[in-house]
Design a protein around this ligand. Sequence first.
Ligand code: G
Ligand code: G
Ligand code: NA
Ligand code: MN
Length: 254
Amino acid sequence: ILEEDELHRALTKNEFELYYQPQFKLANGKIFSAEALIRWHHPERGLIGPDTFIPLAERTGLIIDIGYWVIETSIAFIAQRHKDRLSPICMHINLSALQLRDAKLVKQVTKLLDQYQVSPKEIGFEVTETALLSDVTLASNILQAFQNMGISIAIDDFGVGFSSLGQLKNLPVNILKIDKSFVDDLETNPNDKKIVEAIIAMAHKLSIHVVAEGIENETQWCLLENYSCEYGQGYVVSRPLPKAAFNTLVEKNK
Ligand code: G
Ligand code: G
Ligand code: NA
Ligand code: MN
C-alpha cells in the first residue's frame, strides 16, 4: 500500500518524471502537440503509472503540489526546447478537480509562463468531465481565465463522464478528446461508430476541435479520418516517451 509519506518524499527527492505523448494531425501524421503524463520512479517498486498514485494524491490534497510540479516541469521543457531551437509544440497538461478549486492557480500559471518566457499558446489544459462537476462555476471561471490568456482547454475522456454535449456550450472548451473506449470498439461496434461520428459533427458545429485518444492501428486512424476527426493520439504513432526520446521523434517527424 502506498503511503502519503512516500508521495511527499517523491516530491522532495525528485522521484517524478514527465513522459510526453505526441498528438498528430490525422491527415498527414504530423506531430503538432503532446500530452504530459506523470510517472513515479519508486525506489523499491520501480516505475509506477499515475493510475496507482493520482487517486491517493487527490485524497490527501498532495495533488496541488504535484500538479504545480507538473505545470512547472512542462513549461520548463518547452523553454528548453526553445533554447535547443526545436520545433514549436503545444504541451497539454492534465488538471485534477482539486486544482480547479484552487484560486491561486491562474496567478501561478501566469507567473511560470512569464518566468520561463513561454507563450500561453504553447500550453493547454486537459480536464475530465467529472472534474468539472464538483464546483462548475469556480472551475469554469478558472478555465475561462486561462482561455482568455490564450491557453487552450480540452475536455478529456469525453463520452464516459456525465456531462452532456449541451453543457459544452456553457464551458470554455477548445478541444474535445474522444475517450479511448470508443476508439477501441470502432471496428466492431456499429453503435460506437455512430456515437463517434455524432460527437465529432456536434463538436465541429460548436467550433470545437476533436482529438481521438488511444489510436492503435491504421484501420481506426482511417475510420476517424473519414468521420472528419482532425487529430489523434495513440500507440500507432508513439507511446508516451521520456523527453530525449520525444525530442528525437518530433525532429524525425518534421
Ligand atoms: O500515463 P497514463 O496513460 O498511464 O495516464 C493514466 C491517467 O493518469 C490518465 O487519465 C491521465 O489523464 C492521468 N494523468 C497522467 N498524468 C497526470 C498528471 O500530471 N496530473 C493528473 N491529474 N493526471 C494525470
Ligand atoms: O485519461 P488520459 O486520456 O489522460 O490517459 C491517457 C492514457 O492512455 C495514458 O495512460 C496513456 O499511456 C494511455 N494511452 C495513450 N495512447 C494509448 C494507446 O494507443 N493504447 C493504449 N492502450 N493506451 C494508450
Ligand atoms: Na489526460
Ligand atoms: Mn486523455
